[in-house]
Ligand binder design. Structure first.
Ligand SMILES: Nc1ncnc2c1ncn2[C@@H]1O[C@H](COP(=O)(O)OP(=O)(O)OP(=O)(O)O)[C@@H](O)[C@H]1O
Length: 311
């Protein structure tokens, strides 16, 4: 669905996108994750034909983004950051107008609008003026606008930025459901770690215009960081014995062991070593980013979310 080779965009001396090779298959839900300024939006804007690459090559839905812009545009939907349908029109009318703009006949545009209104949970508000919708409803209407012409591929730039956690979770649910119902390939950008982790089957980590990792969230975490199992003992002496038996690093009365399957290791060691406590710390995608770059993606830098297992 997407094939890029050495895709590059320079703005004067800024290398916003620096040689990106990306391949996305039909039906995938891919998140581009990276800090502000990493080059995510610029990548999307090239793939949606809004700006030309400085060099390199990209094909979207089988067409070249420079030479076949019209063909590409007919097959994609794009929801930019802070899009916004008009203010005074009713949501449903806005959708129908958008469908007409894509050359759809009125009955087809109406039918499609109603289908999207239902699948995005906009039934109660579709007849209200767009200006009266909440941020979350408005964002869902934006997504419906991007999908009106039934594109094969939908690009979403920071879909949930600015939404509160509840609306964000709701929007994510809708995106996942849409994908299941319509089979649309979805590429979204985000700097929310949890969003990438919970929604995407594949996370492409971007930093300074380059792809630095590309895999499922689970494999990224297992490969680059791993789980940490922390066993507590009654004394440093016991911990020392346990560290000799099980491997791992002793710190006082604790033994720390890294594993790609922490819960399983914890269960096994709970039986054989009889520790007084066991803690399994599972990595987040931020830990992956930290391992790869030495920097945190989080401003507030709470990097580890411990999951406690009682021994
Ligand atoms: N039109 C432009 N002119 C000059 N520099 C630009 C332009 N657009 C983007 N840049 C620069 O290119 C780099 C990548 O920006 P881009 O918006 O792609 O990042 P991003 O990963 O999408 O970040 P954000 O999450 O903040 O949107 C940044 O350094 C940005 O300042």
């Amino acid at each position: 669905m997407i094939e890029t080779r050495e895709l590059t965009k320079h703005f004067k001396e800024v290398r916003a996108v620096d040689g990106v090779d990306l391949s996305v298959a039909r039906g995938e839900l891919v998140a581009l994750l990276g800090p502000n300024g990493a080059g995510k939006s610029t990548t999307l804007r090239m793939l949606t034909t809004l700006i030309p690459p400085t060099s390199g090559h990209a094909e979207v839905a089988g067409f070249d983004v420079v030479r076949q812009q019209r063909e590409v545009r007919l097959r994609i939907g794009y929801i930019g950051q802070g899009n916004g349908a008009g203010h005074s029109q009713r949501g449903r009318d806005e959708l129908i107008s958008q469908g007409r703009a894509y050359g759809m006949r009125v009955p087809a545009a109406r039918a499609r609008a109603d289908e999207l209104i239902a699948s995005l949970g906009l039934g109660e508000v579709a007849n209200r003026a767009v200006s009266t919708l909440s941020g979350g409803q408005r964002r869902r209407l934006d997504i419906a606008m991007g999908l009106i012409h039934a594109p094969e591929l939908l690009f979403l730039d920071e879909p949930s930025t600015g939404l509160d956690p509840q609306n964000r979770a709701n929007l994510q649910e809708h995106i996942v459901r849409l994908r299941a119902e319509h089979g649309t390939t979805i590429v979204l950008t985000t700097h929310y770690l949890e969003e990438a982790d919970s929604m995407a089957e594949r996370v492409v980590v971007i930093d300074h215009g380059r792809i630095i990792a590309d895999d499922t969230p689970q494999r990224l975490k297992a490969t680059h960081v791993g789980d940490r199992v922390i066993l507590g003992f009654a004394s440093a002496h016991e911990a020392g014995e346990a560290a000799r038996t099980a491997g791992g690093e002793q710190r006082g009365a604790e033994v720390r062991i890294t594993s790609d399957d922490g819960p399983r290791l914890a269960a096994r060691l709970a039986g054989s070593l009889a520790p007084v406590s066991i803690e399994v710390i599972r990595p987040t995608l931020d830990d992956v980013f930290l391992t790869l770059t030495g920097r945190s993606l989080r401003e507030d830098a709470t990097t580890l979310e411990p999951a406690l297992v009682e021994a």
